[in-house]
Design a protein around this ligand. Structure first.
Ligand SMILES: [Zn+2]
Length: 160
């Protein structure tokens, strides 16, 4: 069995007049993340970890923000494309782990929903996706509710 590991990181600014999407789930909050797509920092970090594990560049290269095609696109679509790309290369997802660092809002009530959404989009079991949420203890830009950051690791398995 051939295992490969990848790491992903993303951060987006919080801005008024935007909807907040994390892990493909709309979270009720007074601000949302700013970006070319829906700015779903969690899905971007997971996509980058998946691509990293496969040795296939990153989402910035795969989905350039200069391309109108990706304007306001749901990042679940990007995740689906990355999932298909890995399957083409003969990889299966072992597991996904991720941390969301957000001072606000409290994400605990949404964790199960987010895990289910990611698992469903990638066509894998929910037990293969783990999402954790932390505050930044009030420190720095994230603590000041100016941004949300996410980290992810992904293990890929290639059989044969
Ligand atoms: Zn991003």
């Amino acid at each position: 069995m051939n295992c490969r590991i990848g790491i992903g990181y993303d951060i987006h600014r919080l801005a008024e007049g935007r909807k907040l999407f994390l892990g493909g789930v709309e979270i009720p909050y007074i601000k949302g993340l700013l970006g070319h797509s829906d700015a779903d920092a969690l899905l971007h970090a997971i996509c980058d970890a998946m691509l990293g594990a496969a040795g296939s560049s990153d989402i910035g290269e795969l989905f350039p923000n200069t391309d109108q095609k990706y304007q306001d696109i749901s990042s679940l679509e990007l995740l689906k494309i990355v999932g298909a790309l890995l399957r083409e290369k003969g990889f299966k997802i072992g597991n996904i782990d991720a941390v969301v660092i957000a001072q606000e809002p409290n994400l605990s009530p949404f964790k199960k929903l987010i895990q289910a959404k990611i698992a469903q989009t990638l066509n894998i079991g929910e037990q293969s996706v783990n999402i954790k949420a932390k505050t930044n203890e009030g420190l720095g830009e994230i603590g000041a509710k100016e941004a949300i950051a996410c980290y992810s690791t992904v293990l890929l398995v290639r059989e044969g």
